[in-house]
Design a protein around this ligand. Structure first.
Ligand code: ADP
Ligand code: ZN
Ligand code: ZN
Length: 690
């Protein structure tokens, strides 16, 4: 008889009868809590391994899946097991470390392991998207020359990180450095230390297209040993980066959220740049937070993790105070450049003043713009709303154009003469008349970026302005294109949504104008003040990064709000103290933990009933200090034709909360038939309740 296929991990134990079947536990990417057992066909025994990607019969169709464990021989765990269909890839796609990490994510976030693994796979089985070739390498984008020597603060921070890397034990730090303090340089030098010691580095950024200046800096230092997961890559090229990372050929991997799952066998350093960014939290299942996953991964790998920000997430700064993160501070800008000075323009009409329309750009801001332009300096304008007018109303009959699928008003887009739903993307042509009564008297209310663009053309007809928002960057590579043009001085003004607030480094920008600084403050969410403060401080940080000092103008109706007053003096600590006191008083994170159970369905009555029912189930377990908030309609109560309700749960500890979610999910699965047509998903540690 031929030798049997005993793999090394079972050799030496009981001899295995070759005729006994093998079984595999398969995780399938469906919203189901369990894995499924299949029989391994004889002809696959040689090649299948834990971490392999397979295709299995599932219900009446077939499903991709991942082998999470193998049982070689022994009694059948159940009758009537089906065999695995095909082995999609001969090599295991996941190594042990990633599989374990995925299991942690699946447990912590109460998410299906198959869905987590699917998310982890770059371009995985998703169909090859027909996209343009990857964008050209962005070069010469106003990136300053490589600094000859580090500042004292950079040196001090680096020394601590270097020690941690050399020690090869888990260490975690918050690199809290004001905008323009040179955080990127610290990342690059720390990466050099890790690579020199034979290690690999994982560099996470909120959005790769907006972080090309960071990518460029790494390329300068490490050349083609840098692998980048760019959104423009085809699935094949993503898998190529993944393979080269796994083989150790790449020293550095730069990528957004899901890059946290890249296999890196000699991982020594993880960096989470702009760690406060909401983009690190996935907005669909599995709703993991890449910063948290990075910390767990570093812990398991005995690696060092550095979280960097000028405006740390409240949780992160609180973790510094609790001793969970070491603090590395860069309190000054490079070369002791002054931070931009911030002034507030109160948009409220003065008492007794004649009633007039609030201008889009105040007279002072307009004057400051022309001043800068005459000095050949550049200006960034920020407005967190795209389109032309977010609200279109008939002056005759009062009808407001609304999306028929979502509970929101339609935004008028002048560039395409259409009414667009910013939630579901639905659009229709706007014919200039009211749909209801045919009147031509239409009111375009509110301000979007296209309207500011129009205003700029009217005020400064000979000035070139570039618009950077979702609409102008739909095509792959257009971010870089716009930013490169601005960096090269082809335009004087860059106007855009929060995309302009992210880490950009343009030394010739000396003025930043915020059109409506309090836009985000009134959102019904416990993080709205934090987000507003971060956004304003970040956007302010784009001014005065070169030799000339910068200035920031905040236009607002609410200058007294503490998020604004703290942003004006750019005092993170002051904001933190105020906000953390409010969180404590209101029992919000980080003093408690939250989970948000989301319900949606076409029939509202069924959605409500399901939410109320699950609320009762969880409520039975109230002795553990659980608090239920709701059920209540979600702030966006109808989306794409679905009614949306939610039930927030608060608990003193994660374990209690997770247990409640597990019970909820089990009960939900058990009684699935009773709430057909309603979907329930769990958002653990939600970053907003919107
Ligand atoms: P941050 O990410 O903290 O906002 P950056 O890393 O973008 O700051 O650095 C701000 C600017 O200072 C960049 O143009 C960078 O090239 C430059 N810089 C960083 N470190 C030094 C240094 N030690 N000497 C001179 N310039 C530096
Ligand atoms: Zn009308
Ligand atoms: Zn819609």
């Amino acid at each position: 008889m031929e030798t049997s296929h005993i793999s090394p991990d079972v050799a030496g134990s009981e001899p295995i009868d070759d005729r006994e079947p093998w079984y595999a536990e398969i995780a399938v990417p469906r919203p189901l809590p369990q894995t499924f057992t299949y029989v391994v066909p004889d002809e696959l025994r040689d090649r299948i391994a834990v971490g392999s990607q397979v295709e299995v019969p599932f219900g009446r169709s077939r499903s991709p899946g991942f082998v999470v464990s193998l049982v070689r021989g022994g009694a059948a765990p159940r009758e009537g097991l089906k065999p695995i269909g095909t082995l999609t890839y001969p090599d295991p796609v996941f190594d042990g470390a990633i599989l374990e990490l995925a299991k942690w994510v699946s447990e912590y976030y109460v998410a299906s392991l198959g869905e987590v693994l699917m998310t982890a796979l770059p371009g995985g089985l998703r169909k090859e998207a027909r996209r343009a070739s990857p964008p050209p390498e962005a070069r010469g984008l106003g990136l300053a020359q490589i600094p000859r020597s580090l500042s004292a603060a950079q040196r001090k921070a680096l020394a601590v990180v270097d020690d941690a890397i050399t020690a090869q034990v888990f260490r975690s730090f918050l690199l809290y450095g004001v905008t323009g303090s040179g955080k990127t340089e610290v990342y690059v030098r720390a990466a050099e230390t890790a690579v020199a010691a034979g290690g690999q580095v994982l560099m996470l950024v909120p959005e790769i297209a907006l972080s090309f200046q960071v990518v460029e800096r790494f390329r300068l230092a490490f050349g083609d040993r840098v692998g980048v997961f760019h959104s423009g890559l085809t699935a094949r090229r993503r898998q190529d980066v993944w393979r080269r990372a796994r083989s150790g050929e790449l020293a550095i991997v730069v990528g957004a959220r899901s890059a946290v799952f890249t296999p890196l066998p000699s991982l020594r350093l993880l960096v989470v740049d702009e760690e406060h960014e909401g983009a690190y939290k996935q907005a669909e299942t599995p709703r993991y937070h890449a910063r948290e996953v990075a910390i767990v991964r570093a812990h398991r790998a005995g690696a060092t993790v550095v979280l960097g920000s000028a405006t740390p997430a409240l949780e992160s700064y609180a973790n510094v105070q609790r001793g969970k993160l070491g603090l590395l501070a860069l309190p000054e800008r490079i070369d002791a450049r002054p931070r931009a000075s911030v002034v507030v323009h109160d948009l409220r009409p003065r008492e007794g003043a004649p009633k007039e329309r609030t201008p889009i750009l105040s007279r002072e801001l307009t004057r400051k713009i022309s001043e800068r332009l005459s000095k050949k300096e550049q200006v960034i304008l920020f407005l967190n709303r795209r389109g032309y007018a977010p609200f279109v109303q008939c002056r005759h009959c009062g009808l407001v154009a609304r999306c028929h699928q979502c509970d929101v008003s339609l935004t008028f887009h002048r560039t395409s003469d259409s009414l667009v739903c910013h939630y579901c993307g639905d659009r229709k042509t706007h014919f200039g008349t009211c749909e209801n009564c045919g009147s031509l008297r239409i009111l375009f209310a509110g301000i979007g970026t296209q309207r500011v663009e129009e205003e700029l053309q009217a005020l400064f007809p000979r000035v070139q302005a570039l618009r950077l928002d979702f609409d102008s960057t739909r095509r792959v590579g257009s971010y870089e294109h716009i930013l490169r043009a601005f960096g090269a001085g082809e335009a004087e003004i860059l106007l855009g949504t929060q995309m302009v607030a992210r880490g950009l480094d343009f030394p010739n920008v000396t003025l930043v104008g915020v059109i409506n600084a309090d836009a985000g403050l009134n959102l019904p969410d416990f993080r709205s003040a934090e987000r507003t403060f971060q956004l304003l401080t970040q956007v302010a940080g784009r001014a005065g990064r070169g030799e000339r000092p910068g200035e920031v103008v905040l236009q607002t109706h609410y200058p007294e709000h503490y998020a604004l007053t703290a942003a004006v003096v750019q005092d993170y600590e002051a904001f933190f103290l105020k906000e953390i006191a409010l969180r404590r008083e209101r029992e919000y994170p980080p003093f408690t933990r939250m989970a948000n159970l989301l319900f949606d369905g076409e029939e509202e009555a069924r959605v409500i009933r399901a939410a109320e029912w699950l609320g009762t189930i969880i409520g039975r377990d109230a002795r553990k200090g659980l608090t239920l908030l709701g059920p209540a309609p979600q702030p966006l109560s109808r989306l794409k034709g679905k009614h949306r309700w939610h039930l927030a749960i608060r608990a003193p500890h994660h374990a209690t909360l997770r247990q409640a979610c597990v019970v909820a999910l089990e009960e939900w699965e058990r009684t699935k038939r009773e709430h057909a047509g309603v979907r329930m998903t769990i958002d653990m540690d939600p970053i907003d309740l919107l």
